[in-house]
Design a binder for this molecule. Structure first.
Ligand SMILES: Cc1cc2nc3c(=O)[nH]c(=O)nc-3n(C[C@H](O)[C@H](O)[C@H](O)COP(=O)(O)O)c2cc1C
Length: 169
């Protein structure tokens, strides 16, 4: 598959079949995340793989959307404050690193026939409590993972002319 085709095939899957994700496919998407670039190669993140079965009530505290607990797996991407790359007194940017990591993961999942959906509108306090996150570990974003029955939809995106300038503003 051409890379652009793969990108076109990824979409936010908001309905899932009960079929479990095979262990080798889970390993492959995690490997894609592991290989992602990060600032200064600090890799300031940890992923928590959560099997949603029998945890629906507590997980709904984090995000109420039905697709969150319908997916057999959700992955919580955490930033590790102490490992964040801070240069010249600037703030760390672990959110940026985690975004790259999770984009690798979602595209790898697409290539394996799995659906994903980014979940950013989370209750951070509930995430900390439900997952037992220690201080210095920030929940940044979640991603659902599973076989989807949500039909693909056409992409609605701005035209390149609205998004790109050349040489100067
Ligand atoms: C950082 C981020 C956070 C998002 N948070 C949510 C969310 O909380 N719930 C949800 O259903 N979709 C969420 N989305 C999915 C976007 O709404 C979706 O990617 C966008 O509408 C484009 O649609 P597509 O993914 O189908 O191409 C999020 C996407 C990103 C990149």
């Amino acid at each position: 598959m051409q890379f652009l085709e793969l990108i076109e095939q990824r979409y936010s899957a908001r309905s899932y079949k009960p079929d479990p994700v095979e262990a080798d496919k889970l390993q492959q998407v995690l490997e894609a995340a592991r290989l992602a670039p990060t600032r200064h190669n600090q890799q300031p993140f940890q992923l928590i793989v959560i099997h949603t079965a029998n945890r629906e009530a507590e997980l709904r505290r984090i995000y109420p959307g039905a697709h969150f607990v319908q997916a057999p797996i959700v992955i919580c991407a955490c930033g590790i404050v102490a490992q964040d790359f801070v240069s010249r007194g600037r703030q760390g940017r672990r959110e940026l690193d985690v975004g790259v990591v999770m984009d690798h993961l979602s595209l790898a999942a697409t290539s394996l026939g799995l659906g994903t959906c980014w979940i950013g509108a989370i209750d951070f306090t509930a995430a900390r409590e439900v997952l037992g996150l220690p201080e210095g570990v920030d929940p940044i974003v979640f991603m659902t993972l599973g076989y989807t029955d949500d039909p693909p939809r056409p992409k609605t995106r701005k035209a390149l002319t609205e998004l790109v300038r050349y040489e100067h503003w």
